[in-house]
Design a protein around this ligand. Structure first.
Ligand code: NAP
Ligand code: ZN
Ligand code: ZN
Length: 350
């Protein structure tokens, strides 16, 4: 077994402290990654604070982190995709059954047997708990690791493993491209990646935000328009003008006002997971044959496609790099929408 240093919380108070645990030895198909950076996704916060307990109870001790990037330091004797020294990433899951229809079709996140999620889950033996990337090492089957070819600083690459794929996948699925009006709701970790990706795909992008102070940033990220949503009057002139809207908001809010902004046959995709259910007004959807959809991360092949797209278009996340002793403050600041635009923990020097 491999001794690993992590940062864990033991209950929903989400107080993090150093905690030692063991990873499995490197098997024939495994790689050992020395983690350099781990992003803080809002899902880490929902999970650590037990906010999703009604649907998915948190398993403590919890070592969160599913935006992982690092260097391969050991490989099993059957590994073909990686060599020692390569840069590798891990996203939201680390194994699945590999046989069911979703697994074969590249939707491993929906494995019928239940994918092995990177933390707060179990491996496929359904006994061994998984611990995430707020740690110095991860042992993973090479088929569930991603190849990173981006140049330079790796801190901005870590958030691609969740924020990147979660926004790339629905943009691709609904064919976002030139000539389309695209709205991104919430300019946080997911939202700022969505802006960069939709702009790179050629769309005309509008950001909907509760934070007026983010307007200048939104424009720097490539957005063409910025709308402050705290005054609903600001949305009225845009009624019926959008082909596609992606809602990344983490807190309870009214989605009906965005459905009203869709044009005929427009699509709104929800990726944010606020704690409480939303009430949808049917009239808003049926007048205009509109689509309301959801999306959960992406499979391994599509995640690799997204990483290659980002390397080609020089897209990384805008990050604030922190030390592990800042995790709790980073959580509080993220909840207050006070992050530009992703906290990333420096695990290399932890
Ligand atoms: P984040 O960085 O905290 O960004 C969320 C943004 O939502 C904030 O920056 C803020 O943007 C906006 N917001 C916050 N409170 C709001 C409120 N009360 N009303 C309206 N807008 C508000 O979070 P994230 O990491 O991007 O994650 C966003 C959500 O997606 C979370 O619920 C997370 O669990 C979920 N998620 C889903 C998937 C998936 O596969 N579906 C994957 C990853 C994460 P402004 O300041 O611009 O208003
Ligand atoms: Zn995430
Ligand atoms: Zn499966």
């Amino acid at each position: 077994m491999i001794k690993t240093k992590g940062y864990a919380t033991h209950d929903s108070n989400a107080k993090f402290a150093e905690w030692e645990f063991e990873r499995r030895d490197v098997g024939p198909h495994d790689i050992l990654i020395d983690i350099e950076y781990a992003g803080i996704c809002h899902s880490d916060i929902h999970t650590a604070r037990g906010e999703w307990d009604a649907m998915m109870p948190t398993m403590y001790p919890l070592v969160p982190g599913h935006e992982i990037v690092g260097r391969v330091s050991q490989i099993g004797n059957a590994v073909t995709k990686f060599k020692v020294g390569d840069v590798a990433g891990i996203g939201c899951f680390v194994d699945s059954c590999r046989e069911c229809t979703p697994c074969v079709d590249g939707f491993e996140q929906f494995c019928y047997k239940g994918a092995a999620y990177t933390y707060s889950g179990t491996y496929m033996d359904r006994e061994t708990p998984t611990y995430g990337g707020y740690s110095d090492k991860y042992v993973v089957d090479e088929n569930y690791a991603l190849k990173v070819t981006s140049d330079g600083d790796l801190a901005g690459v870590a958030p691609l493993m969740c924020a990147g794929i979660t926004t790339y996948s629905p943009l691709r699925r609904f064919g976002v491209g030139p000539g389309q009006n695209v709205g991104i709701v919430g300019l946080g970790g997911l939202g700022h990646m969505a802006v960069k990706l939709a702009v790179a795909m050629g769309a005309n992008v509008t950001v909907f935000s509760t934070s007026p102070s983010k307007e200048e940033d939104a424009k720097k990220l490539g957005a063409h328009n910025f709308v402050v949503t705290s005054d609903p009057e600001n949305l009225t002139p845009l009624t019926g003008t959008f082909n596609f809207i992606l809602d990344t908001v983490s807190a309870d809010h009214d989605v009906n006002m965005y459905i009203g902004l869709l044009g005929i046959r427009g699509t709104m995709v929800v990726v944010g997971v606020p704690p409480n259910p939303n009430v949808i007004h049917s009239f808003g959807l049926i007048f205009g044959n509109k689509t309301l959809a959801g999306s959960l991360i992406g499979g391994i092949a599509e995640t690799q496609e997204m990483l290659d797209f980002c390397a080609e278009h020089n897209i990384k996340s805008d990050v604030e790099v922190i030390k592990p002793d800042y995790i709790e403050t980073a959580y509080d600041r993220t909840v207050k929408a006070d992050v530009r635009y992703r906290f990333v923990i420096d695990m290399k020097n932890a």
